[in-house]
Design a protein around this ligand. Structure first.
Ligand code: ADE
Length: 228
């Protein structure tokens, strides 16, 4: 699977792409991540990519004549044009169902904004799917793009080791419950004991206990999920 990230700050992704699961997925060629600096498409001699909004008001708007050529060039350099996602707090809210859908794509383009957002004509021309990761305002779409990659990558076959399956993840198609509590050594810490049942070795009982705890936790913390 190929991710193309279009951003004004490609270096923001350095640490993220060079650690842990994502690094290993790249090393094993299960995914490829390419970064493009939108500024490279600026026609301006000062490499300007933004301008003040028509009609006045605070902040700067990303220029349509940088963003559109950038996306179009990136789209043509691979046979599959891919699925174009624009990061914006005004978009459709990301959820696990959409993540599952994305994990079946061969190519995803992530368009990251900064400042007050994109000139409206970017959306009119490119018709991206506008995606939000929640009802709060980030400084830019880069962290939203990372969240999307992070969620999608774990569903790409082979990325997670055999010891762990994403099928059991909360919010996945087969599981609408939160996970119950987990424990590991030491058995007792500051007087708090790990539940006896987990160290008793009876797998049937353990499964039963975990299922009950998942239900309890979901009921308490996310009654909205529980009702569904
Ligand atoms: N850009 C700024 N805020 C955002 C959000 N909540 N989701 C996606 N992109 C954003």
């Amino acid at each position: 699977m190929l991710f193309d990230i279009l951003t004004l700050f490609p270096n923001i992704f350095d640490g993220y792409l060079s650690e842990s699961l994502v690094k290993s997925a790249i090393d094993r060629k299960l995914i490829d991540v390419r970064r493009y600096n939108i500024r490279d498409w600026s026609a301006d001699k000062h490499r300007k990519v933004d301008d003040s909004p028509y009609g006045g008001g605070p902040g700067m708007v990303l220029k349509v004549d940088c963003v559109v050529p950038c996306v179009e060039d990136v789209q043509v350099n691979v046979a599959n044009r891919g699925r174009l996602l624009m990061m914006t707090p005004q978009g459709r809210r990301l959820d696990q169902k959409f993540v599952e859908e994305l994990s079946r794509e061969r190519r995803i383009l992530l368009l990251c904004g900064r400042y007050e957002g994109f000139d409206e004509r970017v959306s009119q021309i490119l018709q991206p799917e506008e995606i939000s990761i929640g009802d709060y305002i980030l400084n830019g779409g880069e962290t939203a793009a990372m969240a999307i990659i992070d969620a999608v990558v774990r569903l790409v076959p082979g990325v997670l080791g055999d010891e762990y399956s994403s099928l059991c993840d909360s919010f996945s198609a087969g599981n609408r419950l939160l996970e119950g509590p987990q424990y590991t050594r030491p058995r007792v810490y500051r007087g708090l004991k790990a539940p006896e049942i987990l160290v008793g070795g009876n797998h049937e009982q353990i499964q039963q206990w975990r299922a009950e705890e998942a239900v309890k936790r979901t009921e308490q913390r996310r009654p909205d999920l529980f009702q569904n």
